[in-house]
Design a protein around this ligand. Sequence first.
Ligand code: AKB
Length: 316
Amino acid sequence: MGGRILIIGACGQIGTELTLKLRENHGNDQVIASDIREGAEELMQSGPFELLNATDELHIREVVEKYEVREVYLMAAMLSATAEKAPMKAWDLNMDSLFHILNLAKEGKLDKIFWPSSIAVFGPTTPKDNTPQTTIMEPTTVYGISKQTGERWCEYFHRKFGVDVRSIRYPGIISYKTLPGGGTTDYAIEIFHEAIKNGEYTSFLAEDAALPMMYMDDAIKATIDIMEAPAEKIKVRSSYNLAAISFTPEVLAAEIKKHLENFQISYEPDFRQSIAESWPSSIDDTAAREDWGWEHEFDLEKMTTTMLDGVGKTLK
Ligand code: AKB
């Protein structure tokens, strides 16, 4: 085994922190960052970087060969809100990139792949509370349809060709170092920036829109834990449910108010509200906990204090 790690989509919200953590764990020159655009200074300066379009199969192959890559984290994707505005572009990006990586692994050129799925694979007919690992999945968004299809292909490539692909269904990921782009759960990050800058926030989701969420450190830990687990422990080869905290905009605003007592929130739900309504409120992640020992660390209180502190420092 051995070989280097390639992150595709390294400059995005999760990609940035994942790359930095993997470089800390494996050594800077062992982890190749790539994206369609340049990213945070810390990421650009800490190790190798390649400008790479995730749909460009030939270029991906060249980069894999050039750096003797054996593991890929495919983090490039168009998220739920943006994908509704550019359905075909989202479909092409989300599916083509996955096929390029699955095929490389099928040819024996990669040992292991990480590909993120999302709570967006669920839909309005899915049980909303404590959504089981295996249940009705009728997603109504372009993003959700692409993630559900991707899950089926991952399982197929594993079963048919023995590809070691591992995946988790991310909830909304909350962080302050890199901003998210085009998701329905992004309000839970914007709210901190606006609370600190202006003392008020207008939420694009309704006050009672409960969604599963997770602090970034937990998401990174889950991603690395599932990749480091012995292959026989990974029993689900579509994608694992993963949970930490669930809350509504109203509950999050009340938590922020404990620290910023003059903070005001108002609500002007837009098209993202109907996306949120089609997703689960909370997730049952027993399979991830039992199979590969997943445990979260950040609850609502700890996430809120960490975000206020972190956003406060970045805005200084
Ligand atoms: C989004 O809101 O689109 C993403 C997700 C839940 O996958 N954050």
